[in-house]
Design a protein around this ligand. Structure first.
Ligand code: AMP
Ligand code: ZN
Length: 486
């Protein structure tokens, strides 16, 4: 078991291929992931990119060293959904975003997600966004258009000295536009029509800046009082914190178009670069019991809901990691139960064991292969199988699971600690055996047989020897099944 550094391979959306990951600078490995819009509790789907990129962050740190990796994930704290939430609740925007950000950090912490090195809020980077938009306009990649005082203009704009303006990105000036998502022109037009904006030269153009009414959050700008469009924040924050070109950009598949396409257009045209990020990673979406999660189907729930119902965060994490990030993932109660049983078993097995210095080589290899967490978990099962209670394998199991953010001390609160594993198992078996004897004495043969079968199913082979008995463990002994017999 040597701890050689693995070759990391990542599937790059940009090239549609799995590529060897080579950082621009191995002493400054940089990753940006699009974070949540903060107006409500994170639903279970929102947690998927958090867990996926947390695993990548852990792997990069393992390979390149903690101090050489920089991970940035933003909070979108200016958005019309936030304004609407403030208006309907009568609370201030700041209160809502502060509260939601704390909820998000608490909930994601419960899933064992490490906090990124930087968690910038969009509202902290308005000047950088304005300067990027100015530079795009100067270079001809963007233009501004005054709002027309047509039938739906609001009286409040008349207070401004000059008509407030929209700024739009001029998509047909950017030759590379559409390369990331590989969509046809028609598909892109259809997608961008959703984004309204009066005065666009071309329906594909997208908003960089838009006017604000006095009841909406707004900042003074060369285009009057206004606020940024959604996409520009990531370009500005990534530039400020990671530079013009960095290594990895991630997010959910739903962000590939138009959000990431637009980020690339803005950044490359403003920074005069060929690429914004070298590797683009997208996680597939989450479903619930085979269906899209939605409020109307009644299968919509937040991470907080699950935690409140007593589903341990570690179990949620395990279920997530059981599916490869590029496959749609299904949350089912059955999978949660299975994950819980496995984790119980592993926690029991590794309870008094110090994690090894090294990670299992095969498991690391699986993980480095485009974050194949289901295969990595298969290797953990191998380590947990057929071992005695002192085995070195268990120390390696613990260390390897911890690289996935499992079996960590922080997440262990849900399992009752026991002082001595083998003692506890003996106690359990003996308790069940004495119950079996009593059942027999009372001629409750069904119960007696059920206990014997249950023990057998858990991998405990009982030998009756007259009035006494002995038992041994078979190679598929499963302490969790034994626990369940109590
Ligand atoms: P939003 O707050 O809507 O911008 O979403 C935050 C993150 O959650 C983005 O990276 C989305 O891609 C991701 N996301 C939203 N819904 C799902 C889902 N059902 N499955 C996986 N990821 C999702
Ligand atoms: Zn983004």
């Amino acid at each position: 078991m040597t701890d050689t550094k693995p070759v990391i391979k990542l599937h790059n959306t940009k090239t549609r291929q799995k590529e060897v990951f080579t950082p621009i600078d191995a002493e400054n490995v940089r990753m940006y992931v699009c974070g949540p819009t903060v107006y409500d509790r994170a639903h279970l789907g929102n947690a998927r990119p958090v867990v996926v990129f947390d695993v990548l962050n852990r792997l990069l740190r393992h390979v390149y060293g903690d101090e050489y990796v920089k991970y940035v994930r933003n909070f979108t704290d200016v958005d019309d959904k936030i304004n609407a939430r403030a208006a309907e609740s009568g609370r201030s925007i700041g209160e809502i975003t502060d509260e939601t950000i704390q909820w998000f950090l608490d909930d994601m912490g419960a899933l064992g997600a490490l906090e990124p090195d930087h968690m910038p809020r969009a509202t902290q980077f308005i000047p950088q966004m304005v300067s990027m938009i100015k530079s795009l306009i100067d270079k001809g990649f963007a233009y501004s258009k005054p709002i027309s005082y047509g039938h739906n203009s609001r009286a409040v704009y008349f207070n401004a000295e000059k008509a407030p303006e929209h700024a739009f990105f001029r998509v047909d000036k950017d030759d590379g536009y559409g390369q990331l998502s590989g969509r046809s022109l028609d598909e892109m037009i259809a997608g961008s029509r959703a984004e309204l904006g009066e005065g666009k030269e071309n329906p594909m153009d997208f908003v960089l800046w838009k006017p604000s009414n006095i009841d909406e959050p707004g900042w003074e700008s060369p285009w009057g009082l206004g606020r940024p469009g959604w996409h520009i924040e990531c370009s500005a924050m990534a530039k400020a914190l990671l530079g013009d070109t960095f290594d990895i950009h991630g997010g959910g598949l739903d962000l590939q178009f138009p959000h990431h396409e637009n980020e690339i257009a803005q950044s490359c045209c403003a920074n005069d670069t060929d690429e914004m990020a070298r590797y683009w990673l997208h996680n597939e979406m989450l479903q619930v019991e085979g269906k899209k999660m939605s409020k109307s189907l009644g299968n919509f729930f937040t991470v907080h809901d699950l935690l409140e119902q007593g589903v341990p965060g570690e179990v949620i994490r395990f279920v997530f990691l059981s599916t490869h990030y590029r496959k749609p993932m299904d949350w089912t109660e059955k999978r949660a139960k299975e994950a819980e049983a496995t984790l119980r078993k592993w926690r029991l097995l590794t309870q008094n064991i110090e994690p090894a210095e090294e990670i299992d080589e095969l498991m690391l290899h699986r993980l480095a292969d485009d974050l194949n967490t289901p295969h990595a978990i298969t290797e953990l099962h191998r380590l947990a199988q057929g071992v005695d209670f002192e085995g070195d394998d268990l120390a390696v199991l613990k260390a390897s699971a911890q690289l996935l953010g499992l079996l960590t001390d922080d997440l262990g609160g849900w399992v009752n600690p026991v002082s001595n594993v083998s003692e506890r198992i003996d106690r359990l078996v003996e308790g069940l055996m004495s119950e079996r004897f009593q059942a027999r004495e009372h001629k409750l043969f069904e119960r007696a047989d059920a206990i014997r079968d249950g023990l057998k199913n858990a991998g405990v082979i009982v030998k009756d020897e007259g009035n006494s008995y002995s038992y041994e463990f078979s190679s598929d002994f499963d302490p969790a099944k034994l626990e369940a017999l109590k």
